[in-house]
Design a binder for this molecule. Sequence first.
Ligand code: SF4
Length: 302
Amino acid sequence: MEMSSSMTDSKIVLSSVHILLTYKCDSECDHCFVWSSPHAPGTMSIHQITEILKQATDLKSVNSVYFEGGEPFLFYPIMLKGIELAKQSGFDAGIVSNAYWAEDEDDARLWLKPLANLGVADLSLSADDYHGEDESDRRVANATRAAELLGIDVGVLRVKSVDGCAANDAGDVFFRGRAAVKLAEKVPFRGSSTLTSCPEEPPDIERVHIDAYGNVLFCQGISIGNINNRPLKAIIEQLTPERHEFIGPLARGGPAALAEELSIRVEEHYADACHMCYDIRCKLRAEGRFIEALQPDQSYGD
Ligand code: SF4
C-alpha cells in the first residue's frame, strides 16, 4: 500500500543486496535485531541464492552481495557456493560473521582460505560483550590475523555494551528486535517527540536484505515486497519511498511522524528511534494492521 506525499518522489538505485542466508546462529545475543538463535528457522537453499543473484543481476545497478544472517558460516558449503556464484555474476562479495569458527589462527586460515581463493572482498566480524567478551575478542583476533595473512579485507563491527565499559571504536546498539525487549530498559530514555529521524536515512535506499522467506527488507521487520510473488526488479522499480506506508513517514520525521501518520498511541519516552519504531510496529501487528509489510515473524520474536 502506498500513501500520498507532498515531498518530491524519488526512485531507488540499489547498489547492494544482503542475503540473510539463515536466521540460525550459534549464539543468542541480547542485542540481535532479528532474534537469531540456534533454534531459529529460515535458512536458504542454494536454489534460492541462485534465484536472488539472477534477480539482482536483472537490476543492473547492484555491484555487491553480502552473505550474513544469523551466522552464515553455519552453512559453510552453501555460503561458499553462493559466493562463487556471486563472483561469477560479477558482484563483489562480502560476509558478516561472529568468527565462532576461529578457535585458533591456523583453524581460521583453513576456514578462510577457500574464501580468499574466491576473491571475497570484505569480511566484517562482529565483536562485542554480547558475544561473550574475552572469547569473542579472542576468536575475532584469530580471524582478523588469518584474513590479513590471506589478503582478505577485514573489519570489526563492535557494538557498545549498554551496561559495561565501551571500547572507543564501538558503535551504538540500536534497540530493535531482541535488543528492544532485552536491553532498552537499561539506558536513559528520551522524549518520543524528539525521535524524528531514522538511522537507515530514508528516502535514500542503496541496499536491501533478502531472507529465506523471500522478504525484501528495508530494515529488519519492514518488508517492501516478496520475491516469491514479484521479481526484485519490479519491487524496486515500483517503490516510491515517499509514498510507502512506513518509509514515507520515517523519511518525513522518523518514528515520531510514523506514529502520527498511522494514528498509533505511543509511550512518552523511548531508548532511541528504533525502540519507538519497533514498538509502533509491534502495536500495528497486534491490531492486525500492515501484516504483509511487517514481516517476517522472526524479526518480531514470534
Ligand atoms: S527507525 Fe525503524 S526503520 Fe529506521 S533503522 Fe530504526 S528500526 Fe529501522
